[in-house]
Each structure stands twice: as C-alpha cells, then as structure tokens.
Design a protein around this ligand. Structure first.
Ligand code: TYM
Length: 329
C-alpha cells in the first residue's frame, strides 16, 4: 500500500504561497491516488517557543486553511501532532539510533540556530528525529515536500536504515515526492519564501494586501526605468507567473518584458489577478469554516482518533523489536 505522510508547522495563522506551491497544492492532488496522512506539527513549532495562546490559535487557523485549500477529511487523515503521544515516544527511540555526526550536518539546524541565537535548544537539534518518527509511525512510503526538507528526509531514511540494522526491518524507507515548485523565493527575490522572514504572501490575505506586497516585490534590479528592457530570467515575478498565469499570457509578458513593451507594474497586476483567482476561493471557504469551530474541532478529533489507532499498532511492533515491554497497560 502506498501511503503519504506530510506535515506543516503552525508558525503563523495559515500558510504562504511557498507552502502552497511547494506542498499543500500537491497534497490536495495526491489525495486521489494515495492513502494520505497530513499533520499540523505543533511539537515541531515549540522549538521556536511561541506564545501559548498564539500557538493554539495558529493550529486552529492552519487547520482551517488546509481544509479550505482542499484537504478532504473524508478521504485523508488530518490531525494535530501533539494529540498522538506516540510521536514523541518513537522520536525518543529513534534518537537512540541517530548519530550526532548526521545531526551536525543539518543545514536547517545551522540556519535556525543563527536566527534564534538566544534559544539554541535541543529540540531544534533533534528536530529531524521527530520528523522521522512522524513518517515512520504511519509507515509512510512517500513524503511530498519542498526542497528545504530534502536533507531531513535523507536523514530520515538513514535513521530508519540504522533502526533496521539494529532491530530488523520495521518501516518502509520513505521516498521523497519533490514539488514542481521546490523552492519559491520571497518578495525580496533572493531568499526562500518563509514564515520567519517578512517576505511572504499569505494564502489568507485579502486582495489589497496582496497587491500592496506585490508592489514592493523586487524585480530585475537592472531595470530601472519603464523603458529599460528587462530580463525575466532574473525576475522572481516572472518565476511566480509560471504557477498563476496561462501559457499564452506568459508568452506575451516575456516578449513585453524583454522589449520594454510592458512595465513591471502591469506585469505585477497580471500576476495579482492569477494569485487572487487561487486565494479568493480559499479565503471564502476559510471564512465559512471560521464560523463553524465545532466542525473544525470534530475533524481534528476524528483525525487524531484514527491516527492514534495506526500509531499504536506501529508502536506495538517497535516495542516488540526493541525489547520494551508490550505497553498495553
Ligand atoms: P514547514 O512548515 O516549514 O513547511 C511546510 C511545507 O512547505 C514547504 N515549503 C516550501 N516549498 C517551496 N518553497 C518555499 N519557499 C517553501 N517553504 C516551505 C516545505 O518544504 C514543507 O513541505 N519540518 C517540516 C514539517 C514536518 C514534516 C514532517 C514534513 C514535520 N514532520 C514529516 C514532512 C514529513 C517543516 O518545517 O515544514
């Protein structure tokens, strides 16, 4: 059986276009083909020590955003990581086969330690072990992610191999499904679109806010005047057009840009139309869901119950393999 697992952190009140193009959009499509398990990973988010009330509200809002974007609880499991205790339990066990040398190579740990200099905690360091536990607990065979998670998934495969070497075959070795938009850049046109940098467009933002953000987005730095020809290859607005604008319109924009026939303002306006065509229906569905918190809570409760059943079964095998007591009490 092919099973998908993927997760997203509740670090803002929803997700941004990078998450959408790099992950969530694919999750929605993969539901047709795979048995899917999607998780709001609140334990991972604790590594940056969010305010407790904000964390709880972000979990609720991110769940709404995922449902509004098309995650279908009739077909997929959607739940909150901390509601299934086995994640933390398996993370400990996998931590006991994980080598420090492997953790030391993780670029995300290095980046996050720099960003959070006052709080370089052990959770940040062992973050990929918990991520491996997330995947292994559901015996996932495939993990759809953006490029920034590929190194973590290589380590996940290594941790699973080490576990197998010591205790015998227990989990599938998960394959990465890399998005067609593996690394969406932010409005600065330079760094990855990210919640920790103020360089993103949120999926739940209203059209005016999106326009305002696009207006300030960096284009081809060589194009100083409207009459200067532009180079689409170095322009992030052009990159974004690949995902939101029809091929025919894109040809027009390309020609217009290199011949200075179209200015950056008009080019951004066309992108804005494409983006809002995607974000507005999501925003409308989210507004309806926000009015029905009981439904959202019921989805999460049911998701957690089903996730727990799978997780318990896997932990039974893990306990058996490792020599821990059966833990049936
Ligand atoms: P997170 O919350 O940072 O991101 C969620 C998903 O969005 C993708 N993504 C991007 N893709 C393209 N361009 C971008 N600018 C961009 N920014 C984010 C990420 O690659 C990811 O797929 N550690 C994970 C969460 C996690 C997880 C897991 C994922 C926890 N356990 C198990 C897979 C399997 C994370 O921080 O994602």
């Amino acid at each position: 059986m092919k099973r998908i697992f993927s997760g997203i952190q509740p670090t803002t009140d929803g997700f941004h276009l990078g998450n959408y193009l790099g992950a969530v959009r694919n999750w929605v499509e993969l539901q047709d083909e795979y048995d899917c398990v999607f998780c709001v990973v609140d334990l991972h988010a604790l590594t940056i020590r969010p305010d407790p009330a904000t964390l709880r509200s972000n979990v609720h809002k991110l769940t709404i955003a995922l449902l509004a974007a098309g995650i279908d609880p009739e077909r997929s499991l959607l739940f909150v990581q901390s509601e299934v205790h086995e994640h933390a339990e398996l993370a400990w066990i996998l931590g006991c086969v994980t080598q420090l040398g492997d953790l030391n190579r993780m670029t995300q740990f290095k980046d996050k330690s720099e960003q959070n200099q006052g709080n370089v905690n052990a959770g940040l360091y062992t973050y990929p072990v918990l991520q491996t536990a997330d995947i292994a607990l559901y015996r996932a065979t495939h993990v759809p992610v953006g490029e920034d998670q590929v190194q973590h998934l290589e380590l996940a495969r290594e941790i699973i191999r080490r576990f197998h070497f010591v205790y015998g075959e227990t989990f599938p070795e998960p394959q990465v499904i890399l998005s067609k938009a593996p690394r969406v850049l932010g409005l600065d046109g330079k760094t990855k679109m990210s919640k920790s940098k103020d360089n993103y467009i949120g999926i739940g933002e209203d059209p005016d806010t999106i326009m305002k953000k696009l207006r300030s987005a960096v284009t081809d730095p060589q194009r100083l005047r409207r009459s200067d020809p532009g180079d689409p290859k170095v322009c992030n607005i052009w990159n974004l057009h690949q995902f939101f604008t029809s091929e025919e319109k894109r040809e027009e924009i390309y020609e217009g840009c290199v011949s200075a026939g179209i200015g950056c303002v008009d080019c951004k306006k066309i992108l804005w139309e494409g983006i809002t065509k995607v974000t507005e229906p999501i925003r409308e569905r989210a507004a309806r869901l926000e009015a029905d918190p009981a439904y959202v809570n019921a989805v999460l409760a049911e998701g957690a119950a089903k996730a727990r059943a799978i997780a318990r079964e896997t932990m039974g095998d893990v306990r058996e393999a490792t020599g821990l007591t059966k833990g049936e009490g």
